[in-house]
Design a protein around this ligand. Structure first.
Ligand SMILES: [Zn+2]
Ligand SMILES: [Zn+2]
Length: 249
């Protein structure tokens, strides 16, 4: 699976907005950190230092008259990108979705699928629901987002708890095996935090009930300690597998 140049535009606008004026080499560094390209996009091009991925980031500039970057960005005197009002608006309309991709460490293919759904939603005239992790971590956490997303987040959380319950009717942390019910009794029954191992998003026009079975596979039950540790490391979460190896006893 390979990323398309136009799918890099929203993440690029996000970085420019966050960091101020940025150069192409800044962008290559930042976008590589977010996307963590693998497969064909990670291959080094013949006789060059570029990978296929970084070449696409460079093309954002060389193709800017045709790919849309000319509308969303300006190039300042030092050759760095800044946002136009149009660029700010486009980013603002999709900010929740892009922030979600940036604040997690998802698999490359899953990030491509998500960013392509978000980038194409305009053309297809349908919006994309992104189910952010905060709304699913614990029950009933207040949120400013619209109530459809909130209700669906709650439903996804319940579906995940049912899905990951063991035959004994209890739910355990995927990293350390902790069970709230075993430790705290009745008050701990069915309590767990839900971590997103991959982006959980959906076209608003697609049926939600049929989507649930697919979505729960991207959700992982974690105890509060392990979940905090996963999100503690620098800007980006570590993986469940990495955390398992770090446990000392
Ligand atoms: Zn744990
Ligand atoms: Zn998490």
């Amino acid at each position: 699976m390979r990323i398309e140049e136009k799918e890099l535009i929203l993440p690029t606008l996000y970085i420019i907005d966050r960091d101020g004026a940025v150069s192409t080499s800044d962008l290559i560094k930042e976008l590589t950190a977010v996307f963590n390209p693998s497969g064909e996009d990670a291959e080094i091009l013949k006789n060059r230092r570029d990978t296929k991925f970084s070449q696409k980031v460079r093309n954002l500039k060389s193709h800017r008259d045709s790919n849309g970057m000319g509308v969303y960005t300006n190039i300042n005197a030092s050759g760095k990108y800044t946002l136009t009002d149009e660029g700010k608006k486009y980013l603002h309309d999709n900010l929740v979705q892009v922030e979600y991709l940036f604040s997690n460490k998802f698999h490359y293919e899953e990030v491509i699928k998500a960013v392509s759904s978000i980038s194409n939603s305009r053309e297809k005239k349908r919006s994309v629901y992104v189910y952010s992790e905060d709304e699913m971590i614990s029950e009933g956490k207040a949120s400013e987002r619209d109530s459809v997303v909130r209700k669906r987040s709650k439903r996804l959380r319940e579906a995940a708890v049912e899905h990951y319950k063991k035959p004994d009717g209890k739910i355990y942390c995927e990293v350390c095996g902790f069970c709230f019910e075993d430790n705290y009794g009745e008050i701990g029954k069915d309590f767990i935090e839900i971590h997103h191992e991959d982006p959980v998003y959906q076209y608003s026009t697609d049926g939600f009930e049929s989507y649930i079975a697919e979505a729960v596979l991207k959700l992982k039950p974690l105890c509060s300690n392990c979940h905090r540790m996963i999100h503690r490391s620098s800007k980006r979460p570590i993986t469940i597998e990495e955390l398992k190896k770090m446990i000392m006893r």
